[in-house]
Design a protein around this ligand. Sequence first.
Ligand code: ZN
Length: 331
Amino acid sequence: MKPHSVLLAILCTLCLLATSSSAQATKQPDRQVAVTIDDLPAGMSDRLPAADITAMTAKLLGTLRDQKIPAVGFVNERKLYKLGEVDERIKALQMWLDYGFDLGNHTFSHPSLNQVGLKAWEDDVIQGESVIKLLLAQRNKKLRYFRHPFLDTGRDLQTRRQAEAFLVERGYRIAPVTLDGWDWMYAGVYEDAKKRGDTALQQDLVKSYLSYHDAVCAYTEKLAVQTIGYEPKQILLLHASQLEADHIGELMDMLRKRGYRFITLEEALGDQAYSLPDMYVGEEGTGWLDHWAITIGKPPQGAPVFPQWVIDRSKVLQLPQATVPVTPPAQ
Ligand SMILES: [Zn+2]
């Protein structure tokens, strides 16, 4: 071998070694996440005509189907009742089933269990079943999942347990949440920017939405290990919106980069974490990792702070606000 060939061989070997060690350094654990999408047919249903809801739904579901990402959509049936648009709004829900996704109940009118009485809340749960039960039955499917509005599970343990027993009796499995990047707050501001053609603001919002979700994932993964000793199969909370229709693909890419693969809600719920003791009660709804941490007397700390400029923008638009912006409650 000539000297320069030897040098080349050494360089190549070094190069290979460097590549394999850097691949090892960036190797992520095998993470799993189930995607859930609330407030169907659309979070901003009052502001959107049915045609826009249909287009938004097709775009959102098209991306998820192309990328083979399972999802459950949680419905507020009150949003179906807009004069002259009922059929088209119901068709948007049918689209979920036609595309192979599942539907769950998110109550009829989105009341907080912490704000209304248990009986009124239970009536709202029942009222929220009528159309989706029918749509599912047409496909020989059963209504299986329930998601609490605002993640409010009751301000005292008795109410919480009574509501849970009621849900179980009606055949529901409660859908907890472990990953929540407060996308609904971005979605309202994004929608307005899109309507006004403000592309610069849209880009800023998407950048922040992606980086905040990334930060929430990093925080949650760490909190999980500190609290329960491992990262459970996560359940991500998103909302049906134009923002998700336009950008959910990028969010899924971010999750893949963190090592996540996508599983069904049923698979996620098979994780033993979801059977852990959970004594959480509180005025503010929150994620289940917080529930578990508080139950064992280790309240979580250091959650990433939601960008104030997005909250300020949202306030200017008079969009629904959280009562405690620093610890964002879910919608
Ligand atoms: Zn909701």
